[in-house]
Design a protein around this ligand. Structure first.
Ligand code: CP
Length: 303
């Protein structure tokens, strides 16, 4: 049985296959309308979500399947102390596939060890968010027509940003990809990830300067400073507006820059940027539904 807990669970060939299926769904949605007839997806969300949960649900409905689940821990028996392991066993009796978001790193992995149906990590604490990464990869492929020979800038909260960690891992496997990691000192990538990248010989540099970095980038991946991950409100307030992308700053960027953001955004991209054709983040959210459709089919082994 297949699960998706970490983006590195997938080979680059499997990722290419999912992107291919997503593109086919975009081109021929009618061919997929009944593929999941009689199947149920359980969305177990212990943390808030708009895009991930609702795009999973839309994906299952558009495949002809059905959806059940909860959108906050308080409305489930987790509030009475039920473990993730027991929850996974129980939900396996009711659904054919599980998408789980949890505030604790590793919770979806624990679920996968106890479930008898496929489990998808829909974001675990500050750790990983592999289906956002699949979304990002489909977006990059559609915008750039390639996943190699790219200079990618990540900007903002690179410490707690699970989408950053997953995408760095995924893109590190493609040829001639270079990373510019732009963050305040306190929000640099975690030491374990820096060590892994150095060990694998990944090409990257770290800086605090967005303006200076912009002209060399093919892709700018902006991120939100995540209030919910801070222990100290004063630190959050001091760091939250470290970077704000504006039309003025973008004057020095390439004409074919692609601006991505996993969303939600707070202040880090000015709304004036939304009209810039280089802003891809709303298209990116739409691609998230199609790649999740492809993923559900693959995990359920439906052709
Ligand atoms: N990108 C993302 O994970 O958004 P949500 O938190 O709204 O699901």
């Amino acid at each position: 049985m297949r699960h998706l807990i970490d983006i590195l669970d997938l080979t680059t060939e499997q990722i290419d296959g999912l992107i291919g299926t997503a593109n086919d769904i975009i081109a021929h949605p009618d061919r997929y309308a009944d593929k999941c007839h009689g199947k149920k997806l359980a969305t177990l969300f212990y943390e808030p979500s708009t895009r991930t949960r609702l795009s999973f649900e839309a994906a299952m409905y558009e495949l002809g399947g059905q959806v059940l689940g909860f959108s906050e821990a308080q409305s489930s028996s987790a509030s009475k102390g039920e473990s993730v392991a027991d929850t996974a066993r129980i939900i396996s009796c009711y659904a054919d596939i599980i998408a789980m978001r949890h505030f604790k790193e590793g919770a979806p992995l624990v679920a996968s060890l106890h479930a008898s149906v496929p489990v998808i990590n829909a974001g675990d604490g500050g750790h990983n968010h592999p289906t956002q990464t699949l979304t990002d990869l489909l977006t990059i492929q559609k915008e750039k027509r390639r996943l190699n020979e790219l200079v990618i800038g990540f900007c903002g909260d690179l410490k707690f940003g699970r989408t950053v960690h997953s995408l760095l891992n995924a893109m590190s496997r493609y040829d001639k990809v270079r990373f510019v990691l732009i963050s305040p000192d306190e929000l640099r990538i975690p030491e374990y990830l820096r060590h892994e990248m150095q060990t694998k010989g990944v090409c990257f540099r770290e800086t605090q300067n967005l303006e200076e970095s912009l002209p060399e980038l093919d892709i700018l991946y902006m991120t939100r400073v995540q209030r919910e991950r801070f222990f100290n409100e004063a630190d959050y307030i001091r760091l939250r507006d470290s970077y704000i992308l504006t039309p003025e700053k973008l004057r020095s960027a390439r004409a074919d820059l692609s601006i991505l953001h996993p969303l939600p955004r707070v202040n880090e991209i000015s709304v004036q940027v939304d009209a810039d054709p280089r802003a891809c983040y709303f298209r990116q959210a739409l691609y998230g539904k199609y790649i999740r459709m492809a993923l559900i089919l693959w995990l359920l082994d439906i052709q």
